[in-house]
Design a protein around this ligand. Structure first.
Ligand SMILES: Cc1cc2nc3c(=O)[nH]c(=O)nc-3n(C[C@H](O)[C@H](O)[C@H](O)COP(=O)(O)OP(=O)(O)OC[C@H]3O[C@@H](n4cnc5c(N)ncnc54)[C@H](O)[C@@H]3O)c2cc1C
Length: 462
């Protein structure tokens, strides 16, 4: 069991010795609590953390199918960023310019809140706030970064939020090959996700929260969670299942599980690091549609991820899908293309996990007072920090605390559900292929593939 859990990702494998040896006990049978939280990832645990502060006497239970941090929260790229998964224009259309900017500010501030809690709770999550550098590796990407800077200034973002770096300034930070320049924001930290989420689980346990591991919820209803180990009765039930949401039949079409794949290298020698730089542990990616993302880990490796895995029929999740042929190899090729000095550096870990994507890529935090049902999720690939904001928001909503964060545009938001199969399968996988095609065509022609790009936006809804 321990070896199996450690093999989930490089992050699980590099947890302190013994961390995964003894799972927490499962639910002992039918139980009553005040608040039941389904899912022991960042969403569930941040919610438990802030609720236990607001209501120290509340009986709070977290129900987790595997172990805390088993899902995306333990396996991700470790970017605690201020990024929102949808554009400001889309958010403003659903709310207002002021509300959009307030939400963005709150997301940026949440990066520091994550760091604060890790420090206060003595969690060694390798938090390093080195910012985020997005590099352009073609003239077209460079043009896009320039356009984005202009747009962000129109949105009132200042030099404190975003700066354009020319080639020399960008490569002085990270010496990647073929860089034309970059956009840099300080609103991002690199973390060790598994250490952070496992540490958070231990921190909530010190505060009157019980985590039941090895306990799978099968149905959620107002006042009850039915599990394979008994029924939990609760005044409030929080659904925090993200990429696993669709595995509960009643939520089959609410969020789709999309695989993201990662690799990690062996520790890189000081000599090679001197060539590459990257001394502030900035998180970094390039500007392709088909996202790749990377961080320098605290122990001197590069952990890099990307999309490329297909969506599976009926929103199926299977450990076999974490190792699709070709995607890990393609990631390694991208890595060496960006950093030729890594040609002989071994990749020691390859893994994948599911993130949850709503139909319009607009995440949500919801609480219905009458039924006591709450949920948060749909962060797509940007949940490491947003889960913190979601957890605080849910704690305020559930305890009836009137605060600014309960008024952000994602609160109470309901995305439309995905289409039934086969439309879902065809639509999502066509979107993936289109994204690849847009990248390839733009690379070949050196100009925006506008028609294809419009088709992609229409199809994906963001
Ligand atoms: C490879 C990868 C890289 C990523 N990189 C980044 C990044 O760099 N930055 C970023 O911001 N975001 C990133 N993300 C997304 C981010 O990790 C997620 O948005 C975030 O962790 C979601 O947290 P969560 O608690 O909502 O979901 P999860 O962490 O997935 O937690 C859900 C939990 O529910 C449990 N569960 C499942 N079924 C049941 C059931 N029936 N009953 C009880 N429990 C159940 C699971 O075991 C799991 O522990 C990445 C995701 C992946 C997969």
């Amino acid at each position: 069991m321990t070896a199996e859990l450690r093999s989930l990702s490089y992050w699980h494998d590099s947890l302190p010795e013994g961390d995964l040896d003894v799972p927490r006990p499962p639910l002992p049978g039918d139980t009553s609590v005040d608040i039941a939280i389904v899912g022991g990832g960042f969403t569930g645990l941040w919610t438990a953390y802030y609720l236990s502060q607001r209501e120290p006497s509340a009986r709070i239970a977290v129900i987790e199918k595997h172990v805390a941090g088993f899902g995306a929260s333990g396996r991700n790229g470790g970017w605690a960023s201020g990024l929102l998964p949808t554009s400001w224009d889309v958010v403003a259309r659903a709310s207002s310019r002021e509300a959009t900017l307030a939400w963005q500010r709150a997301a940026n501030e949440s990066v520091d809140e994550v760091g604060r809690v890790l420090t206060d709770e003595g969690i060694d999550g390798h938090f390093a706030k080195g910012g985020y550098l997005r590099v352009a590796t073609s003239p077209l990407q460079w043009q896009r970064l320039n356009d984005e800077l202009v747009e962000s200034r129109e949105w009132g973002q200042t030099e404190e939020d975003l700066v354009l770096l020319d080639r020399a300034a960008a490569t002085a930070r990270i010496h990647a090959d073929g860089v034309f320049g970059g956009l840099y924001t300080p609103h991002c930290a690199a973390i060790h996700p598994a250490r952070s989420v496992r540490g958070l689980a231990a921190a909530v346990e010190k505060r009157n929260v019980t985590i039941y591991e090895g306990t799978a919820a099968t149905e959620i209803h107002p006042g009850t969670v039915i599990t394979d180990r008994g029924t939990v009765h609760a005044d409030v039930v929080v659904r925090a299942l993200e990429g696993y949401t669709a595995s509960l039949p009643q939520y089959r079409r609410d969020l789709v599980p999309i695989y993201s794949l990662m690799i990690a290298t062996e520790p890189i020698s000081d000599d090679v690091w001197r060539q590459i730089g990257w001394s502030d542990r900035e998180t970094s990616n390039d500007d392709r549609r088909f996202l790749i993302y990377a961080q320098r880990t605290a122990d001197g490796r590069i952990a890099m991820g990307g999309r490329g895995a297909p969506y599976h029929w009926g929103s199926r999740i299977d450990p076999a899908f974490e190792h699709p042929r070709g995607v890990h190899a393609a990631l390694q090729r991208s890595l060496v293309q960006l950093f030729p000095a890594l040609a002989d550096v071994a990749v020691t870990h390859r893994w994948g996990g599911v993130l949850g994507v709503p139909r319009d890529w607009f995440p949500s935090v919801r609480f219905d007072q009458a039924s006591g049902l709450a949920s948060a999720g749909g962060y797509a690939g940007d949940g490491v920090t947003l889960t913190n904001l979601a957890g605080r928001t849910l704690a305020d909503l559930i305890t009836g605390t009137d605060s600014e964060i309960t008024r952000h545009p994602w609160v109470g938001r309901q995305s439309r559900r995905f289409e039934p199969e086969p439309l879902r399968f065809v639509g999502i996988n066509t979107g993936f292929r289109l994204a690849e095609l847009v990248d390839r065509r733009e690379e070949l022609r050196g100009r925006p593939a506008k028609t294809l790009d419009r088709a992609l936006h229409l199809l994906t809804g963001h």
